[in-house]
Design a protein around this ligand. Structure first.
Ligand code: ADP
Ligand code: MG
Length: 262
């Protein structure tokens, strides 16, 4: 088992309130590690530290064995780390393909995203960028909508589009922040299928997700965060049978989880 990502003792505080407190975990190649926990547990904040948006108060991040602590997001993207955001980050007036091409910035000569956001310059990007963005759309089943203006796509398609954009940079590590949030059962199943297939291509995946059935079906390992700390970790079976987890977090979701077990 080779770890693509190694996170050690990450902590951060906002205005004296500790939001993430000494969290460590590894994400192995080709596996799906899910992070669950109630709203406000610190899941997104953890991603923000791992992906270089927030500077941790303490701790370290290693990517493929290399210490990358403190590197900004665009540099992390260049060496294989890619992520999606909890809220849609879509440019609604641009086509699906153009939205994905933005994810290729790490391969372009210019690193200024602002340049790329001007439509004419997006159009001028070379054929390779276009081809690879198209390939990413194919992987998430949206190639037939390449030229559709994003504003005309369904919500479920937009959530997939965000995954395509993250894939376009050809990551070895993919961080997904609630990729199925707000999706219906059919859309959730499509996203589950896509996530599994990405892991199948040897990418390490860290998944934040509230859909417990999806988490239980997909994950190799599950990490339970509660008030910034790790409450439990283990296989889906271990986590769902952990009495502490059931009391602290799954209480309100307990039925859902039992259901997912069956
Ligand atoms: N930039 C920030 N400034 C102040 N507080 C923040 C900031 N980001 C997150 N927090 C706080 O950190 C805690 C964890 O939030 P978050 O990571 O978004 O939780 P989750 O993703 O698990 O729902 C919350 O109390 C939130 O208000
Ligand atoms: Mg969050």
């Amino acid at each position: 088992m080779s770890n693509i990502l190694e996170v050690q003792h990450l902590s951060i505080a906002f205005g004296g309130v500790v939001a993430v407190d000494g969290v460590s975990f590894n994400a192995p190649k080709g596996e799906i590690l899910s992070i669950i926990g109630p709203n406000g547990a610190g899941k997104t904040t953890l991603f923000n530290m791992v992906s270089g948006l927030y500077t941790p108060r303490s701790g370290s991040v290693r990517l493929q064995g290399k210490d990358v602590s403190g590197l900004p997001p665009f540099q992390l993207a260049r060496i294989g780390m890619s992520r999606t955001f909890q809220n849609l980050q879509v440019f609604f007036r641009q086509t699906a393909l153009e939205n994905v091409m933005i994810g290729r910035t790490r391969w372009e000569q210019t690193s200024l995203i602002a340049d790329l956001l001007r439509l004419p310059s997006v159009r001028r990007q070379n054929a390779e960028t276009r081809d690879r963005a198209y390939a990413a759309l194919e992987r998430i089943g949206l190639a037939h909508h390449a030229d559709t203006v994003a504003g005309n796509l369904s919500y479920g398609s937009l959530k997939r589009l965000e995954i395509a954009r993250a894939l376009a940079s050809e990551p070895t590590l993919l961080l997904l922040d609630e990729p199925a949030a707000g999706c219906n059962a059919v859309e959730t199943e499509e996203i589950e299928h896509i996530v599994r297939s990405i892991a199948g291509s040897d990418v390490a995946i860290v998944l934040i997700e509230h859909d417990m059935k999806m988490v239980m079906r997909l994950s190799h390992q599950v990490l339970v965060l509660n008030q910034g700390r790790i409450l439990a970790r283990g296989t889906p079976d271990e986590v769902r049978n952990n009495p502490e987890v059931i009391t602290a977090y799954l209480g309100s979701h307990a039925k859902e989880v039992e259901h997912a077990a069956g």
